[in-house]
Design a protein around this ligand. Structure first.
Ligand code: GLA
Length: 389
């Protein structure tokens, strides 16, 4: 697949712009456990997948930026001295956002042509936007010889999402896209940004994503609202325990004492985060011991917390998780990503995947009146330049 996508990006670019591009591949991501913990200074456990954005790009001799989204047949043009979020479509922002970060850091910009093609499903919670932001940042770092290290580029891509897409995301998606490693998950400490690669490959077990095909419009406003609720809980605890700076520093006893009396809803939200950080740490130990069943159980617990306490699930996601809850072929399942739609991640016995799909697909389509899309994904490498012969 990589070769096909690479050739496509290369050939389409040459036909359109009559120049030779460099090609950067940057993948989408999954997250095994640890949801909504990144902006609370907690841990996450993502991995990059074998679906990616491919950006073909080369510099121009003027100050124009010409963009092409090959998959949707759209073009966009602007100038390096007129960088602002596009209004009528969102995809240019995932490229323009990173460009603006180079400018802010004092790197002298040049005009460029770029062509984007991607096989990361859009709106599925697989970070198709972070993939484009990371590809663009990596590409400009090469072309402008800016010399930023990967960690700096990850932060630039994250800020691009804040400023040009308006979602106050944490660092997980951009980190996973840029730093992914084949057959490994990344245990990332979102406070120190220390990370550890943990091998994630179990005989006879595959990662199956089932996509609800819904993206409720609540997604970004509710995301930003959850973030504020968590920060409010921290502020209340901090009045009594000044050394606390995030929910990472908070325990259940503090929540009982200082948050519960103030507000039940905010208590519920912050309790989920405190429990989720603990659950993730225990889940990493499960993986290291090879105890995938114990991990799977925790994935279901995470789902229930996201659904009942953090309240970022929806009926379509709950339906899919409940469908497999007592199915012996499924070791663990939960909604993944920000919520309000997107995918459920399942750890499934490989030789039972087809049977499972035969049951779940018609049932979902009948009950939810929506198509169900599914992907068996494997864990691949992070952002890289591809070479064309
Ligand atoms: C989105 C954000 C991430 C993270 C997840 C929830 O994917 O971009 O930073 O907060 O939601 O875990």
């Amino acid at each position: 697949m990589i070769d096909i996508m690479k050739q496509k990006a290369n050939e389409k670019f040459i036909n359109l712009f009559h120049a030779r591009p460099i090609i950067i591949k940057s993948p989408g991501r999954i997250n095994i456990i640890g949801e909504h913990t990144d902006y609370n200074d907690g841990f996450v456990l993502p991995a990059s997948i074998d679906k990616a954005a491919y950006l073909a790009i080369s510099l121009r001799n003027d100050n124009e930026i010409h963009l092409r989204a090959e998959d949707i047949n759209e073009d966009f043009k602007t100038f390096i001295d007129d960088l602002k979020p596009a209004k009528n479509s969102s995809w240019p922002n995932y490229i323009l956002g990173p460009v603006a970060q180079f400018h802010k850091k004092g790197i002298e910009l040049k005009g460029f042509n770029a062509l984007l093609t991607s096989d990361v499903p859009i709106g599925a919670g697989l970070s198709s936007s972070a993939a484009v932001e990371c590809a663009t940042t990596f590409a400009l770092n090469e072309l402008l010889r800016a010399g930023f290290q990967k960690l700096e580029m990850i932060k630039m891509a994250q800020t691009a999402e804040h400023e040009f897409a308006g979602v106050m995301c944490g660092i997980m998606d951009q980190f996973a896209s840029m730093m992914g490693k084949k057959d490994h998950v990344i245990k990332l400490d979102c406070r120190s940004l220390d990370y550890e690669y943990i091998p994630f490959k179990f005989d006879g077990i595959k990662i199956l994503l089932v996509d609800t095909n819904v993206k409720h419009s609540l997604a970004s406003s509710e995301y930003n609202a959850r973030r504020k609720e968590c920060y409010q809980a921290v502020a209340w605890v901090k009045e009594h325990v000044p050394e606390v700076n995030s929910l990472r520093d908070v325990n259940e006893e503090m929540l009982d004492k200082y948050v519960l009396p103030k507000n039940k809803l905010i208590y519920k939200r912050s309790l989920f985060i405190v429990q989720e950080i603990k659950r993730l740490l225990a889940g990493c130990e499960d993986i290291k011991r090879g105890d995938i069943y114990s991990l799977g159980k925790k994935m279901f617990e995470t789902h229930d917390g996201l659904s009942n306490m953090y309240e970022v699930s929806c009926s379509e996601l709950d339906y899919l998780v409940n469908f497999v809850r007592n199915n012996n072929s499924v070791i663990g399942a939960r909604m993944m990503g920000g919520g309000f739609g997107g995918c459920v991640i399942n750890l499934v016995k490989e030789n039972e995947i087809n049977e499972l799909i035969k049951m779940i697909q018609p049932a979902y389509e009948r009950e939810m009146k929506l198509p169900l899309t599914r992907y068996v994904v494997s864990i691949g490498d992070g952002t890289e330049q591809l070479w064309v012969d």
